[in-house]
Ligand binder design. Structure first.
Ligand code: SF4
Length: 361
């Protein structure tokens, strides 16, 4: 996908006069626009579709966020939390990863939604950071959406990046699978913005990450951001186990460090493929040829299914060894894993009170 172009744009009354709405309309000339009183009017268009998830991605709703933008990343008591906060500036994603958890979370609300009340969002973030100036925060926009997939039409990073450049006690992570970094180049980021990519072997991209740019394109975009002075992050998440996984994931680490400077990497996360049982039905229906569910999965305490523990531990150890071979100092952490798995991979368990703050300085 080069640039997202919806079939219809719905604009809710309150969002009509917002600057973001004007920018989006300016970047999408010729796309039919409908002004609506209630988001249900737009949702009604996909309710009876054969595949509402797919049809919902073709409709863009511009609306005001009715609640709070900043939320703590949903960890659980059982799994070590990395003390991360999410900013929900948009929801849903036009890319088509078979394993995408958003398919389940947004099954009843499958439109692409962009929140136009950016001023409210920035005010809320300021209040949030002001409330505890002694603490350092990591925040990111990539939880309910890809951080950059809509940036060509919203120009959102032109607001949020300079905003974070002025913050003293926070960094912003922009997490993506795209190579849409044009807007980032030349912005004042004040060393407060980390641009990060989810990486997978090209085979996984071909089979389970439809519409996403190749590994080579993602790494090229990372290099452009490095050259523009940004710190970088990388996520091997979800790690998918198949006959050649070890060789191919090792190859991704080698490709990564052939392109980027390890000293510019702020963090790397590792996370095995995991899913709620609900997602199984959706994957089978929407991606019948995917082999992603062909593994040995066990139900875990948080209700998700994961690969057997010894398989996860082996995968994490092997990737960790390869990464540390390039640079022993890169902070590496596990996403949503148990104390026991941490202990077996790293030889220690983080203090859950402070969570992973110690890793990120
Ligand atoms: S890029 Fe991320 S948000 Fe988009 S479909 Fe893939 S997993 Fe989901």
């Amino acid at each position: 996908m080069e640039q997202y172009r919806p079939e219809t744009i719905f604009i809710e009354k309150e969002a009509q006069d917002k600057e973001l709405t004007r920018v989006i309309l300016g970047n999408l000339p010729g796309v039919p626009v409908e002004y609506i009183e209630d988001p249900q009017d737009a949702l009604g268009r996909v309710a009876k579709a054969q595949d509402p998830i797919s049809d919902g991605k073709k409709l863009l709703l511009i609306t005001n966020h009715p609640g709070t933008f900043v939320k703590k990343c949903p960890g659980t008591k059982i799994h070590i939390c990395c003390n991360y906060y999410v900013i929900n500036a948009a929801t849903n994603c036009p890319l088509e990863c078979s394993y995408c958890a958003l398919q389940g979370y947004l099954e009843n609300n499958p439109l692409m939604r962009v929140f136009a009340n950016t001023g409210d969002m920035l005010n809320e973030i300021t209040r949030f950071l002001d409330a505890n100036r002694e603490r350092s925060y990591r925040l990111g926009t990539g939880e309910l959406a890809d951080s950059l997939v809509l940036d060509n039409i919203t120009g959102f990073t032109r607001d949020i990046v300079p905003f974070f450049a002025r913050q003293k006690n926070a960094v912003l992570e922009l997490k993506t699978k795209t190579d849409l970094v044009d807007n980032l180049i030349g912005l004042d980021h004040g060393d407060r913005v980390i641009v990060s990519w989810s990486l997978s072997p090209q085979r996984v991209i071909d089979e389970d990450e439809a519409e996403t740019p190749s590994l080579a394109r993602r790494l090229k975009a990372a290099r452009r951001c490095q050259d523009a002075g940004y710190q970088l992050g990388f996520h091997f998440d979800p790690i998918i186990i198949y006959p050649d996984w070890e060789k191919e994931y090792r190859g991704v680490v080698d490709q990564l460090f052939a392109v980027v400077d390890p000293l510019r990497v702020s963090w790397i996360s590792l996370g095995g493929f995991r899913y709620y049982p609900l997602l199984k039905r959706i994957i089978r229906r929407r991606f019948p040829r995917s082999k992603i569910l062909c593994g040995e999965f066990v139900p875990c305490a948080d209700g998700k299914l994961r690969y057997l523990k010894h398989i996860r531990v082996e995968a994490y150890r092997k990737l960790l060894d390869r990464i540390k071979g390039f640079c022993p100092k890169i902070p590496v952490y596990l996403c949503m894993e148990t104390k026991e798995v941490w202990e077996r991979v790293f030889g220690y368990t983080p203090d859950t009170e402070r969570s992973l703050d110690f890793l990120f300085g």
